[in-house]
Design a protein around this ligand. Structure first.
Ligand code: NI
Ligand code: MN
Length: 224
């Protein structure tokens, strides 16, 4: 069993009961956040790219918790502007064994937010479940390879449009991944990425075998 806590936008926490893995913690300035950055506890912080709505509070949360930050070298350089952090630099296609399981860095079709960098996603293996977090991305056909490599129990996909996939492309992504369940993120934070999550649920459940879980900011789900 893994607890999934959603903090709004693309910020979430996975907790297997022993280790807490925080992803893209944009808390301060996130109009949907229901927690304060100083109250977030974690052991690892995964960051998909350096845009402010993803790197967010990652440096200070990592620093305050003594948590390791897992991201690309360019984003680590950006994060370390606040001071020396415990870091696991990775790059696309690479896997890393961590105490809770395994993390693989996957491509994302998006800008990096830092010169010379690339945006990424992650396949996170924790508590016997595989979570694919796409990060910010366009739809790309190699998502099929991601689903062939690992059984995707939960696909955490952006649906907001404008900066990322919208609902039609996210439904196609779910199909390529063969995901068991889908959790939509990166929508309704601001008017420019307003989406009807129920419309996405109807569309994606019609086009795929997956079940869509619409999670409200501040909500925690127990997943298996
Ligand atoms: Ni971005
Ligand atoms: Mn974003």
């Amino acid at each position: 069993m893994v607890k999934f806590s959603y903090y709004g936008h693309s910020a979430f926490l996975l907790d297997d009961g022993k280790y807490k893995v925080l992803v893209d913690p944009f808390i301060t300035g996130n109009p949907k956040a229901t927690v304060k950055a100083e109250n977030v506890k974690c052991d690892f912080v995964l960051v998909s790219h350096a845009h402010g709505d993803h790197l967010g509070n990652a440096p200070e949360i990592a620093y305050n918790n003594g948590a390791a930050i897992v991201t690309t070298p360019e984003v680590i350089s950006e994060a370390e502007s606040i001071g020396r952090l415990t870091c696991h630099p990775m790059n696309l296609g690479g896997s890393l064994d961590l105490p809770f399981g395994r993390v693989r860095m996957t491509p994302a079709l998006h800008s990096a937010g830092v010169p010379g960098g690339i945006a990424c996603g992650f396949v996170i293996n924790i508590g016997g479940l595989n979570f694919y977090y796409a990060g910010d991305t366009a739809l790309f056909s190699d998502m099929q390879l991601i689903g062939q490599r690992d059984r995707i129990d939960y696909a955490v996909l952006p649906i907001g449009d404008n900066y990322t996939m919208g609902i039609e492309d996210a439904a196609q992504a779910a199909k390529l991944l063969g995901a068991r369940k889908i959790i939509p993120v990166h929508y309704n934070t601001w008017p420019v990425i307003a989406q009807d999550a129920q419309e996405f649920k109807i569309l994606a459940e019609k086009e795929t075998q997956a079940e869509v879980l619409v999670v409200e900011p501040g909500e925690t789900l127990e997943l298996d």
